[in-house]
Design a protein around this ligand. Structure first.
Ligand SMILES: [Ca+2]
Ligand SMILES: [Ca+2]
Length: 604
């Protein structure tokens, strides 16, 4: 009661004495966002070999979040950060590629737009990765200014089919193929320049580093200096950058009045993520649990640790409060205001459930309290054990997710399965569309065409891909795999090409047929009786180096036909699922559009 009266007196006092002059100054906000940094890559999260003195100090002055969630890969993580929503809710695939004509929907209200609505100046320096066409750029999503790369640093000219890597200032490409060893230094200089700008308004600075994403690079002051090669050099240069930002804030007497958040977009690429299993591209903790530190003197108690569930989806709701702005209207946000935890890390959880989505927007796992249930077989890091869903882990006692206790806790499995289904149904019912250019559809950017595997698993029968975005089959061997179920005797599973070049996997007069066309008159086929029983079947069709056509259904022996060779180049026509466009790629017999189910389609 005493405590209550005291607080009450304070409040009353504030009401009566506040004037414009002593009203609290608005808080500035900076988000420092690393690319592909693992949980234990820095001192405050257990790294013993790399030198991160600035982050060590930053953590001593702020709060570490040890259960802070991002997502398995880049674009989806940035969508979460920008919108306060799960990537699946805003229909963002894992990674956008230069050939994709999609981006974060301009109708989404980003954290920068929320800052603007609160009267803030905004700046973004670094990697965007939410669409590179003008309508998708940061300057159209609430940032007054932008300096940086529109996507990842490996999406550059040396990668077959990609344009020269552009460096933007606002909406203009000012350089291509910039020297990547200088990017952390240049971003830092831009940030310091921005901080030094005299302004009447508070600011929001978003600094998503290009490093430590492959190809890693570091400037001359850091190259060869760390104990962990170029990757370690790159981490130490990020630490230097954080130090520069913090030193500038102190020098300008802004450090007491600025909330700074440091975190990363996903786990480490191609290496382990101790103490967890998995790494980038997986939903094991190593892929998605990120180092996160927040520093805000006078609000966040120094040197503290928060073990509550939190994540990048919570950043927008948290900052909306800090900006003194309204939450975006007319939409469901998945994140929650972390405010109560910022003042007391042991306060009740603001969000006790976390959903783990895949790059193709499938719900792979759910966490509630200490319990994490995989609903699908999780992707894993090479060499690590296979896990089979339903797999239940207690993250308090088993953070490496090695001991599946689903059988011992059937009740928890049932409860989480139900919870996951309900939450997924809600998200599906209130899903918001990805932004598309006005001139046509696009495939979800799940895989680069220049890599050998084209992940097409989300394409529905009726989908169409332009030749450039279709699996690249010109001049090389390829294999089509898919599961299908149909009762149709004349239909098409996939087709690509026309009357000059192309291929199709189709059913003609009850025969499952794989056709290769190398010229108008050179049409080879292999076929076997099609199962038109409406039951699911697995089919595999391939064209080999010697020009042989192989076709296999389920576990039956494969049939082979000696054709005349590879298809000389990528067909110019559309790639189609479940039908064929105007010019037939194969000899059909009045095929109907495919009406069955077609899943797990891949062409590699
Ligand atoms: Ca990344
Ligand atoms: Ca917007």
């Amino acid at each position: 009661m005493l405590r209550f009266s005291f607080l009450w007196a304070l409040c009353v006092g504030a009401v009566h004495s506040a004037t414009a002059a002593d009203a609290p100054k608005p808080t500035n906000v900076i988000i420092l966002f690393v690319d592909d940094m693992g949980y234990a890559d820095i001192g405050p999260f257990g790294n013993k070999t790399l030198r991160t003195p600035h982050l060590d100090r930053f953590a001593k002055e702020g709060m570490r979040f040890t259960h802070f969630y991002a997502t398995p890969v880049c674009s989806m993580s940035r969508a979460c950060l920008m919108t306060g929503s799960y990537s699946a809710r805003v229909s963002m695939p894992g990674v956008l590629f230069p050939q994709n004509r999609i981006g974060l929907n301009p109708d989404e209200v980003t954290v920068a737009e929320v800052a603007k609505s609160g009267g803030y100046e905004t700046m973004m320096i670094g990697k965007w990765h939410l669409g590179h066409f003008p309508e998708f750029l940061p300057t159209r999503q609430g940032f007054d200014h932008y300096f940086g790369l529109p996507y990842s640093n490996d999406m550059k000219q040396s990668h077959a089919g990609y344009p020269a890597l552009p460096l933007y200032r606002d909406e203009k490409v000012i350089e291509t193929e910039p020297d990547q060893s200088q990017l952390t230094r240049r971003y830092t200089e831009e940030a310091v320049k921005f901080l030094r700008t005299k302004r009447a308004k508070p600011f929001f600075l978003y600094l998503p580093y290009t490093m430590i994403h492959d190809p890693v690079a570091a400037s001359e002051n850091f190259k060869g200096k760390s104990a962990e090669g170029l990757l370690g050099d790159s981490v130490e240069e990020i630490d230097w950058s954080v130090g520069q930002v913090m030193a500038t804030l102190r020098e300008l007497h802004l450090d007491e009045n600025t909330l700074v958040i440091f975190t990363s977009d996903n786990g480490p690429a191609g290496r382990a993520a101790p103490p967890f299993s998995g790494n980038k591209t997986t939903n094991l903790e190593g892929g998605v649990r990120e180092p996160c530190i927040m520093r805000w003197p006078g609000h966040i108690p120094a040197g503290t640790t928060c073990e509550r569930i939190a994540g990048n989806i919570d950043v927008l709701p948290t900052l909306a409060k800090v900006f003194g702005a309204q939450l975006p209207k007319g939409r469901i946000l998945d994140g929650r205001d972390l405010g109560p935890l910022l003042v007391n890390p042991d306060a009740s959880p603001v969000r006790d459930t976390h959903l783990y989505f895949t790059a193709s927007q499938k719900l792979e796992a759910i966490r509630q309290g200490p319990w994490k249930l995989f609903l699908l077989n999780p992707a894993r890091r090479k060499g690590e054990p296979v896990r089979v869903a339903p797999a239940l882990y207690n993250l308090t006692t088993d953070q490496a997710e090695l001991s599946n206790v689903a059988e011992q806790h059937a009740d928890i499995v049932a409860r989480l399965t139900k919870e996951a289904a309900e939450r997924l149904a809600e998200i599906e019912a209130h899903k918001r569309p990805i932004g598309k250019l006005a001139d046509g559809p696009d495939a979800p950017g799940t895989e680069a065409p220049s890599k050998k595997v084209a992940a097409l698993t989300d394409l529905k029968p009726s989908a169409v891909l332009k030749a450039a975005m279709a699996p690249q089959i010109g001049g090389r061997t390829f294999t089509i795999n898919c599961n299908f179920a149909t009762s149709q005797a004349n239909t098409i599973l996939v087709s690509h090409g026309g009357t000059q070049l192309g291929y199709a996997l189709h059913i003609r007069d009850g025969k499952l047929t794989f056709s290769i066309r190398r010229s108008t008159d050179d049409n080879s086929e292999v076929s076997l009786p099609a199962p038109t029983d409406g039951q699911p079947h697995r089919v595999r069709a391939s064209l080999t180096k010697e020009g042989k056509l192989h076709l296999q259904l389920d576990e039956q022996p494969e049939v082979v036909f000696q054709g005349t060779g590879l298809i000389s180049k990528q067909p110019a026509e559309d790639f189609c699922v479940g039908h064929d466009t105007a010019n037939p790629a194969a000899k059909y017999s009045q095929p109907e559009p495919f009406r069955g189910t077609l899943t797990q389609l891949e062409i590699r």
